[in-house]
Design a binder for this molecule. Sequence first.
Ligand SMILES: Cc1cc2nc3c(=O)[nH]c(=O)nc-3n(C[C@H](O)[C@H](O)[C@H](O)COP(=O)(O)OP(=O)(O)OC[C@H]3O[C@@H](n4cnc5c(N)ncnc54)[C@H](O)[C@@H]3O)c2cc1C
Length: 391
Amino acid sequence: MRLTPRDEKDVAEAIRTALAHDAPLSIEGHGSKAGLGRATQRDRVLSLAALTGVTLYEPQELVLTARAGTPLREIVALLDAQNQQLAFEPMDHAALLGGARDDATIGGVIATNASGPRRIKAGAARDHLLGFRSVTGRGEIVKSGGRVMKNVTGYDLSKLVAGSYGTLAALTELTLKVLPKAETEETLLLSSLGAEKGLAALRKASGSPYEVSSLAYDPQADAAALRLEGPQISVTTRRDDLTRFLADFGGATRVLAADESRAFWSRLRDAEPIAGEGVIWRVSLAPTDGFAFVERLRGAGAPIVAHVYDWAGGLVWLRLETAADAHATAIRAIVDALGGHATLIGADADIRARVDVFHPQPAALAALTRRVKEAFDPRFILERGRLRAEF
Ligand SMILES: Cc1cc2nc3c(=O)[nH]c(=O)nc-3n(C[C@H](O)[C@H](O)[C@H](O)COP(=O)(O)OP(=O)(O)OC[C@H]3O[C@@H](n4cnc5c(N)ncnc54)[C@H](O)[C@@H]3O)c2cc1C
């Protein structure tokens, strides 16, 4: 059964009815991220696609409020007209999961904490969520936060719901911090260094004063990429300084000007360099461990088809040949030894039902996660089984 509430009151009603029937609900915006996480046990789909519209936009105040089902592209276009943007650069999952490009809703973006290459400098989606309205798995309407960054004590529920995959509450309205767009951007490419040296160059740059906003290494192209954003004069000066700063690494340098730079980072943001047949993993660890992780995985005989490093090596996207366990055992053994998280992003529903999609948590953290779930959704009515088989 598919429910399409028209407003927040309807959402609350739908959740209360589901509770009364013990009929688990999965939440959907446009369904562009339905393939993320474990396959849910669901009886009904709660579509928030009809809850649309920007209800407040004050460019001077750098704040925007939108209903959860508002298409991201509408928000991007509205901000663009004022030369503003969502600084967290939400990734589009279409290249990895299929479906139409540019079809996300803002609710889905926040619920999965979808963030991009600028995350190392600008923060993740959750860092830009000032407040929200939602209906919990208890059927209660809950409002949290407001229009300004909170710096007082108290529970910052925004940090909990962003990235919770709808397991705590159905988000109905979100208030986001927005930022001015940079006047321009450029990307410095260092080629022919090899992965180890290329990543070392990125780490050196990330600790430098040149304000590099994104740092990636693409092994297919053997290119280390460093993005600079800001006023043209500042970008040019920093690019020259950065080129000198990294000269000892050698390699060929090339500069991608504004449009080319944007195309490069949007491709990387959407993990296009690794898209294709097989299983897809997203591994985050300390930037110093990215290279070692891939080497060890290769050493263990895992059939890596393509991979790319973002966040100066702190995020590794991988595509491997399909296997019954999606290579989870091999990947997790290495990630556990190094410290980090491995998330299975792309695999068919069968595999996602058998393998832990999210990195297993230590017992104390798992117990805390369960208590948070129980506080919001004691009957496990929302997205049952999406994060963990048990709830
Ligand atoms: C700048 C930066 C530096 C980092 N440095 C390190 C480091 O030095 N060492 C290190 O080990 N990690 C590091 N990390 C990784 C990071 O701390 C973990 O990967 C993080 O806890 C998992 O969230 P995420 O940011 O990868 O994904 P998110 O996009 O935040 O994940 C989305 C959501 O998925 C769900 N989820 C994720 N993991 C689990 C889980 N295990 N169980 C249940 N649900 C889950 C949660 O709801 C989570 O909010 C770094 C990350 C960043 C951004």
